[in-house]
Design a protein around this ligand. Structure first.
Ligand code: FES
Ligand SMILES: [Fe+2]
Length: 343
């Protein structure tokens, strides 16, 4: 499988109105998304096979998109016709498009991967976010997949720098997933916020996530308990964060954010708190992006780095990104059965 063979959430459904087109870039490939006049989302190569104008610059005519340069038209399957040379056969690549969870997801036609499962049982949707990170896929995922940086970068989710040494971290792996479980004394939160979440001094913060690789996404669970585990915070968060490369130096981060509340009422007050929690999640992600903006190098290899006990995940995710997501067939398993990193 190649990168485009996996389902990627590339554009919010509601921002693509009937008869509109937009260009997106996934793994370096320019793709034209358009919504036909009957309302279906379509995805085809964005480079017109005639003279390479972007098709997304054109207009939708019925079920087809018409290139603005010379008026050639293409349907959602990529079949084209030229008004000036009607007998000429032309076509372009088309992609499967599907709409779920308020997003348009696309993948290549020839693949048949499982659609990523977003389990919203008993969780209330706090909305979605789409951020662009100025770093390659690996460096972006590295940031979201270790908690050591929460000591300096974050305000809510994580651990204070002076107590990071007390945080326990465990890794569990399967062939196509990596789970990281962190437990330790929580950050000292802004008092009213801690009160709202039901967190007391000395409570433990649990940060437990699993990263999958078809496509690349992490499912994060955030919650707090008393040190003996007997009392839990009033709110839990669950985030599904999808990471897909725009090109070699930029990564899209699409987050589907959910909360669960133990406060009384239908959704435990989350409807009311939604703007505040949305602001908080957005701020935390922007704090990550600020770090990625200031990388001294965009190299993705980890050889020669001085890695900490939290960084074991970097090698585990790279191996799976290459094997599962990029479909690079490893040739030489190491003695431990794992495959060598492919830079
Ligand atoms: S470039 Fe598209 S029709 Fe000519
Ligand atoms: Fe972070």
């Amino acid at each position: 499988m190649g990168m485009l063979d996996h389902w990627h959430p590339v554009h919010p459904s509601q921002s693509l109105k009937k008869g509109a087109a937009v260009g997106v870039q996934v793994a370096g490939r320019l793709i034209c998304l358009y919504r036909t006049e009957s309302g279906a989302a379509a995805a085809i190569d964005d480079v017109c096979p005639h003279r390479r104008l972007k098709l997304s610059y054109g207009r939708v005519v019925g079920e087809k998109i018409e290139c603005k340069y010379h008026g050639w038209q293409f349907d959602p399957c990529g079949n084209g016709e030229s008004p000036s040379t009607p007998k000429m056969h032309t076509c372009t690549d088309a992609f499967d498009a599907r709409e779920e969870h308020g997003y348009i997801w696309i993948k290549s036609k020839q693949s048949n991967p499982k659609f990523p499962e977003i389990n919203t049982n008993n969780y209330y949707s706090l909305g979605t976010f789409h951020h662009e990170c100025p770093a390659p896929l690996e460096l972006t995922l590295d940031n979201f997949n270790e908690i050591e940086h929460s000591g300096t970068v974050h305000d809510t989710f994580g651990y204070d720098l002076d107590r990071l040494h007390e945080v326990r971290v465990r890794f569990e792996t399967t062939d196509d997933s990596v789970r990281v479980i962190n437990v330790g004394p929580t950050k000292r939160l802004f008092r009213p916020f801690a009160w709202l979440l039901g967190i007391r001094d000395g409570d433990l913060f649990h940060d437990d996530w699993t990263t999958h690789f078809s496509p690349v996404y992490s499912v994060f669970d955030h919650w707090w308990t008393s040190p003996d585990g007997g009392r839990e915070s009033m709110i839990r968060w669950r985030l599904y964060i999808f990471f897909w490369p725009i090109d070699e130096t930029r990564t899209s981060v699409v987050s589907f954010v959910y909360g669960k509340s133990r406060y009384p009422g239908k959704v435990g007050g989350l409807k009311l708190a939604k703007p505040l929690f949305r602001m908080e999640v957005d701020r935390e992600i922007r704090q990550d992006i600020a770090m990625l903006k200031h990388m001294g190098s965009l190299e993705t290899g980890i050889e020669g780095l001085k890695l900490s006990r939290f960084d074991k995940v970097l090698g585990l995710t790279r191996e799976r990104i290459n094997r599962v997501y990029r479909g690079i067939q490893p040739t030489q398993p190491l003695a431990n059965g794992r495959y060598p990193l492919i830079a």
